[in-house]
Design a protein around this ligand. Structure first.
Ligand SMILES: Cc1cc2nc3c(=O)[nH]c(=O)nc-3n(C[C@H](O)[C@H](O)[C@H](O)COP(=O)(O)OP(=O)(O)OC[C@H]3O[C@@H](n4cnc5c(N)ncnc54)[C@H](O)[C@@H]3O)c2cc1C
Length: 384
């Protein structure tokens, strides 16, 4: 994938914003276990960075998905995982289905303010009883006059404690599990919604993760995204982009982790030489760098296929799997070379060690990715 001058311009703008407005605040946000999403998104919206791939009619830039990937990579310069994840949820997880399938009125009411950074959005798929098995969700949206009445619970929802609206997946009929689901935009101040719990985590500290209850929550039926019964399909289509985004975002943080480790070990002396001078250290960093560049190749190849209009479910799953694996391997190996400093809470490598662990679980666990890849290999009789 050859990035152009336009991609570089976007990355430069984002880098300046990260250096000036985000990184100086990261320690305080991590300690507070939340960041001011409306303030940050408002500024990103003014820079035009929340709608790169969204239609121009709603304030987006109408660019292709390579710009999202370039932005995801550049977000790896943020000194924590929680803020990039929150931005990724806004740009590449909660809004794409609304942008692609929502009615004009829905897009004006919810997409345009999300692109402008006036609204914070979240995506509500996972539940207390169903995460990997999306088809098994229990939340229902029953028709009543011109409304849906929603009952159920959504768990692990990023941005949900601050969000203005949720793109929610619910069962709208008793039909087959892959054809009975619908995406619905639900304003988070609707009566019957309870922000039941802010979930404490081992990482992604500055990102708010909520358990949300829905008790007879009434929303108009015109809040439906696209066709009724197509929610599962839309969500699965959307996962291709979400997984490409996750792999691209990992590239930035993994590259920085190796560079920071090289810098620290070059300065740190033991036994009369730099830690980095030990072959076991610099050869290991070289090996890790090779792994990261292999991930870059895989991610960019998947992106090229995607831009060419191909179904990249298999390649995006491979990239997401490899990103998750490397987010466990690279910070673990690097942390070792920082010695005691690596074992401290606010160390950049220990933070990636904790934050990066999520990548093998969220948005489809490693085993789910492996299942998708195996299915595409056509090696299991009767399951192709
Ligand atoms: C910090 C955080 C943020 C999140 N943000 C969001 C969000 O914004 N919106 C949202 O909808 N969800 C979100 N999630 C939920 C996330 O996508 C789920 O946690 C994930 O899909 C796994 O679901 P689960 O936790 O229910 O695990 P389960 O489905 O209970 O699976 C547990 C484990 O079982 C194994 N497993 C599962 N299926 C298989 C299989 N087929 N074969 C072999 N092993 C298997 C895997 O190891 C898996 O990790 C978030 C989660 C976290 C932790």
């Amino acid at each position: 994938m050859q990035f152009t001058h336009e991609h570089d311009e976007i990355r430069r703008t984002l880098k300046r914003f990260i250096d000036d407005e985000i990184n100086p605040q990261v320690e305080a946000w991590e300690a507070a276990e939340i960041f001011p999403a409306h303030e940050v998104f408002g500024k990103l919206g003014k820079l035009g960075l929340l709608g790169l791939t969204k239609p121009e009619a709603y304030g987006g830039s109408g660019l292709d998905y390579s710009y999202s990937v370039a932005m995801a990579e550049a977000l790896g310069d943020i000194r924590c995982g929680g803020v990039p994840m929150a931005i990724g949820v806004q740009t590449d997880m909660a809004t794409p289905a609304v942008a692609r399938f929502g009615s004009d009125a829905l897009r004006r009411e919810f997409l345009a303010p999300a692109i402008a950074g006036e609204h914070v959005a979240c995506i509500g798929v996972s539940e207390p009883g169903a995460g990997s098995d999306v088809a098994a969700i229990r939340t229902t949206a029953r028709k009543d006059g011109g409304d849906y009445i929603i009952n159920g619970a959504k768990m692990w929802i990023t941005n949900s404690l601050q969000a203005d609206w949720m793109c929610l997946l619910a069962n709208t009929s008793d039909g087959p599990a892959h054809k009975n689901k619908t995406l619905i935009v639900v304003p988070m101040d609707t009566p019957g919604i309870t922000k039941a719990k802010k979930i404490r985590k081992i990482g992604m500290m500055s990102s708010d993760t909520g358990l949300i209850h829905f008790d007879d929550v009434r929303v108009p039926q015109h809040h439906r995204v696209g066709e009724e019964g197509m929610g599962f399909t839309y969500q699965m289509m959307q996962f291709q982009e979400e997984r490409l985004w996750a792999a691209a975002n990992a590239l930035g943080s993994l590259t920085n982790c190796i560079a920071q480790t090289a810098e620290y070990t070059r300065e740190r002396k033991a036994f009369g030489q730099s830690i980095l001078d030990n072959q076991v250290v610099h050869l290991r960093l070289a090996e890790l760098k090779t792994e990261v560049e292999a991930l870059r190749g895989l991610t960019h190849m998947a992106l090229e296929q995607y831009l060419a209009g191909k179904d990249v479910t298999e390649w995006a799953s491979m990239a997401k799997l490899k990103a998750g694996r490397l987010l466990r391997e690279v910070p673990d190996a690097c942390l070792q070379f920082w010695g005691g400093m690596g074992y401290t809470w606010d160390n950049p490598v220990s933070r990636l060690y904790r934050d990066g662990r999520l990548a093998s679980i969220g948005g489809g666990a490693d085993e789910v990715m492996l299942g998708i890849i195996a299915k595409h290999m056509h090696i299991l009789p009767g399951r192709s």
